[in-house]
Design a protein around this ligand. Structure first.
Ligand code: JHZ
Length: 425
């Protein structure tokens, strides 16, 4: 159940997306925030920007953590700037995922693999190397065009039950369906999982990956909370949700990517008792994921991050030190907006994604420069806004470190990064 607000592109959530309970309570308000991937071109800087509510709530019946407002997906996903292919960590991770999933179904040459939220086709390319027939589904027109140009056939649509029926008719059932970092983007999860059931082969496997709620809470990763991510998933609510649609959750496994992600598989057919799933169910209970106090504690921790970070940045400014940002990530934009850090404190951010370069961060209007500009400007301190790629970034910026530069990560507590390799001065 949802309710219209005064703005046509925003609806308010009145019941839990997973279990339909009305027992949902807000535990964190990050304040009005622009869409974090809404980077601004120079000519548009003077135009008024749109800010949206960013409040998070907890369902005391099933434990699902979710946003209390949904912004029209057309606003967020029709043109998408994030691509995984600029990170070697992600390319390697997807290669491993493709091998893992293929092994589970004994993938044969020509078997269909459908990737939902296929972005620029990075994961599908890994499946293609293993002999699969590949098909992507992505609502972002810029990314679907890019993928199609690179011979990754991509349907430029949102995945729904209706689309699943059409794809099954056109291509047959899929041996593997994958959805990485996109299930959290889906408002109607019931329609989505029904669609999975329609398109998935009886002996096929559906593989999902998403940032794991336990890591988010323990690591104070509040910057992963943004309008795109409608749900903050964990095993307990997901298990019940999948069962409602005839899908069995199996083989959960943790990975380090994106600040701590979990990979799970879902199969069709008779319910299965998976020991690993049970282990996660109990672990989540033990970690307090089904208790409201846990989330209130988290809220206090988030306020502390803001206080500590602003205090340190103020001290550095007093010492006339230049502080830059690294990684114009969506999460970085949430952090900057919530902590009210602007251009006066961070004069520029460097980033490897070409179409972010030359633009400005939403809300805070900080210019984004190519990565090589770090050495040109040699800031005294660099705040890792893409802290999830700390090792990859630190490993390639040895010259910056050798010249005396320092990296700090903002969460869970402000921390100076000590490079693993010795830096020659
Ligand atoms: P990164 C993304 O969020 C998008 P973001 C998405 N919504 C999602 O769900 C989460 O991930 C999980 C840059 N960079 O991946 C590239 C360098 O400059 O943390 C990116 O702009 N140099 C699907 O946007 C940014 O940092 C480098 O060496 O928060 C990282 O963004 C590397 C490795 C990255 O995702």
């Amino acid at each position: 159940m949802t309710q219209k607000t005064q703005r046509p592109e925003v609806i308010q959530v009145l019941k839990c997306r997973a279990c339909d309970s009305k027992s949902i309570t807000t535990f964190l308000e990050l304040g009005p925030t622009p869409i974090p991937n809404g980077f601004i071109a120079k000519d548009d800087l003077a135009k008024p920007e749109k800010f949206y509510p960013l409040d998070v709530c907890f369902c005391s019946k099933c434990g699902m953590v979710q946003l209390s407002h949904v912004v029209d997906p057309q606003v967020m996903f029709m043109n998408y700037v994030y691509v995984p292919s600029t990170s070697t960590t992600m390319i390697r991770h997807f290669d491993e995922l493709a091998k893992d999933a293929s092994k589970r179904v004994n993938l044969e040459s020509g078997n269909l693999v459908v990737d939902i939220g296929s972005n620029d086709g990075t994961l599908l390319k890994a499946f293609r190397k293993l002999g699969a027939t590949i098909l992507g589904v992505d609502p972002a027109t810029n990314l679907a065009t890019l993928a199609n140009e690179q011979a990754v056939p991509t349907v430029n649509e949102f995945f729904t039950k209706k689309l699943a029926m059409l794809l099954r008719k056109q291509h047959g059932k899929a041996k593997i369906i994958s959805a990485t970092n996109m299930v959290a983007h889906v408002n109607d999860l019931h329609d989505f999982f029904e669609g999975i059931g329609i398109l998935l082969d009886e002996n096929g496997q559906f593989v999902m990956e998403f940032p794991y709620l336990v890591n988010l809470i323990k690591g104070r990763e509040f910057d992963t909370i943004y309008q795109e991510h409608l749900s903050y998933l964990s095993i307990n609510p997901l298990l019940g949700l999948l069962r409602q649609h005839g899908l069995n959750l199996v083989s959960p496994k943790l990975f380090k990517v994106h600040g701590g992600s979990i990979r799970v598989y879902a199969t069709k057919g008779k319910a299965v008792d998976d020991k690993d799933v049970q282990r996660f169910v109990f672990k989540e209970r033990r970690e307090g994921m089904l208790k409201e106090e846990t989330y209130l504690d988290f809220q206090r921790g988030v306020a502390r991050v803001k206080g500590d970070l602003n205090e340190q940045l103020y001290r550095l400014r007093k010492l006339d030190m230049v502080v830059a940002g690294y990684g114009a990530s969506a999460k970085g934009n949430i952090l900057l907006n919530y902590c009210r850090i602007g251009r006066e404190t961070i004069p520029f951010i460097v980033d490897s994604i070409p179409h972010k370069q030359g633009k400005f961060t939403p809300g805070t209007h900080i210019p984004i420069l190519p990565e090589d500009q770090l050495l040109v400007h040699q800031p005294d301190v660099t705040l890792l806004l893409a802290w999830n790629f700390a090792s990859e970034i630190v490993a390639k910026q040895t010259e910056y470190l050798a010249k005396g530069g320092r990296f700090v990560r903002p969460i869970p507590v402000l921390e100076l990064i000590r490079p693993k390799v010795r830096v020659k001065r």
